[in-house]
Design a protein. Structure first.
Length: 122
């Protein structure tokens, strides 16, 4: 598992909460018409977003759990047989490098992000 993605309306308040809880949290950064920050809480990485990358195409709540993200070595093969909700697309950021990502619909109304790492962060 790479991370859990959570949408928050006030990322600064969320960053403060996770820091007080003992997480190592990066400073929020601008990303894809919103802001994001990574919080490492023990073995769990939580990525905080003010806007989901797929929000123009998929209805999401104002706040709450967005999706679980998983790494794969072969995104194309992994997508076979799945109901693709968004992507694939290539995304980049200073903290995670360059990845090809896609989101699939899972039972129970869940989304799973599948990520193939193309380049490591600088």
């Amino acid at each position: 598992m790479a991370n859990l993605a959570v949408k928050v309306s006030d990322i600064d308040a969320a960053v403060g909460f996770y820091r007080r809880a003992g997480a190592v949290v990066g400073d929020p950064e601008e990303w894809r018409s919103g802001r994001r920050a990574d919080a490492q809480l023990g073995p769990l990485q939580i990525t905080l977003f003010t806007r989901a990358v797929y929000e123009d195409d998929i209805e999401v709540a104002d706040e709450g759990f967005l999706h679980v993200a998983l790494f794969t070595d072969d995104l194309r093969a992994e997508l076979e047989g799945h109901d693709v909700a968004w992507g694939p697309a290539v995304v980049s950021g200073p903290t995670f490098g360059t990845r090809r990502i896609a989101f699939v619909n899972a039972p129970g109304g869940l989304r799973i992000e599948l990520m193939e790492q193309l380049e490591e962060p600088p």
